[in-house]
Ligand binder design. Structure first.
Ligand SMILES: C[S@@+](CC[C@H](N)C(=O)[O-])C[C@H]1O[C@@H](n2cnc3c(N)ncnc32)[C@H](O)[C@@H]1O
Length: 315
């Protein structure tokens, strides 16, 4: 919500006496006037994080657009780990530069604050669908008509299928239950709904190490272990086909043509879809005419493995 609107609403409430204003709201409002940042519920190690401390420590980060939008946000509450904002700035900036309206899905709405931050930040005309299992989220009202809420369980294929079988998104964010099996089910269904050139973002991937989320270090079926397989899928053509079991082969063949990269940040996983599907393994390009050190590539220390799948694509 713009600053002038917040001030106007607050003044209206004071003058008309329609709304009782809590002491906390007054403090937040004064903070907002005095400091450039509101003193909301920023939590660090479950302790409130004061505005003054935050400004001192991180003021250089305010030059990052999403960081600034988040920190100055005054509407509905959003709850993020501090490193996420810098990651979002990094990964979303190409979309901001391109400045074309986007279709976005956020799973896990809660108070709806991040939907507001995103709609403020993303190119004009972007649309966001928020999914939450909590029916109360269905009552949330947003100033921006491009935010829509759908109530349901993001780990239920039937729910996803009945609501999104014909949908496509440029950005999908999973900030819902963070239970490993749920994260995987949603990814397997929704990655197919991601447009080429799009990003699939899994937040709070640290729960992958927590037993109560179905995780554990190197535990099969944990979110991190599942997504580590994507690293292998990206390199499918360099492998010996016999190294793969049936399940791996199926997974790798499904994702190899689609996934351009996977990035593991602290607690965030970002999967990037190719701009267009890859239809064959990548080729080597050689440019230039002066090869005074190595004339013949056959001198390379490591030759193409005759047993790799790659070999069958070479003429
Ligand atoms: C961490 S909060 C979301 C915070 C919000 N994205 C933000 O940035 O402020 C997680 C939300 O996920 C919802 N949730 C939990 N399990 C879910 C499920 N299986 N399907 C959909 N939503 C779920 C919860 O009701 C809760 O509102």
């Amino acid at each position: 919500m713009p600053k002038w609107k917040v001030i106007l609403n607050a003044l209206k409430s004071i003058i008309t006496g329609q709304k009782r204003i809590s002491k906390k709201k007054v403090i937040n409002f004064l903070n907002f006037i005095i400091f450039p940042l509101p003193d909301t519920k920023r939590m660090r190690n479950n302790q409130p994080f004061s505005v003054a401390e935050m400004r001192d420590r991180d003021k250089e980060l305010l030059s990052l657009p999403i960081y600034k939008t988040f920190m100055r946000h005054l509407g509905k509450v959003s709850d993020k780990w501090e490193q996420y904002l810098q990651i979002y700035d990094r990964i979303l900036s190409p979309f901001i530069i391109r400045n074309e309206p986007l279709s976005i899905m956020e799973m896990g709405v809660c108070n709806g604050g991040f939907l507001e931050v995103l709609i403020d930040f993303m190119p004009k005309g972007s649309k966001i669908i928020g999914i939450d299992i909590n029916e109360k989220c269905g009552n949330l009202k947003f100033d921006n008509p491009n935010i829509e809420i759908v109530i349901g369980d993001n780990a239920e294929r039937e729910f996803l299928d009945s609501n999104f079988s014909a949908s496509n998104f440029d950005i999908i964010i999973d900030d819902a239950s963070h239970i490993c099996s749920n994260t995987i089910i949603s990814f397997e269904y929704l990655f197919e709904k991601l447009n080429f050139g799009g990003l699939y973002i899994v937040e709070d991937a640290h729960t992958s190490y927590w037993k109560n989320a179905g995780g554990g270090l190197k535990r099969k079926g944990s979110t991190i272990e599942y997504f580590k397989q994507i690293i292998d899928a990206i390199h499918l053509y360099y492998m010996h086909p016999n190294q793969l079991n049936g399940k791996q082969k199926k997974m790798f063949e499904k994702y190899n043509p689609q996934i351009a990269s996977i990035s593991f940040y602290d607690s965030i996983i970002v999967i990037e879809k190719y701009i267009k599907p890859k239809t064959a393994p990548f080729r080597r390009y050689i440019t230039g005419s002066d090869a005074s050190i190595l004339q013949d590539n056959s001198d390379s220390a490591v030759k193409i493995d005759k047993n790799s799948s790659f070999e069958r694509f070479l003429l």
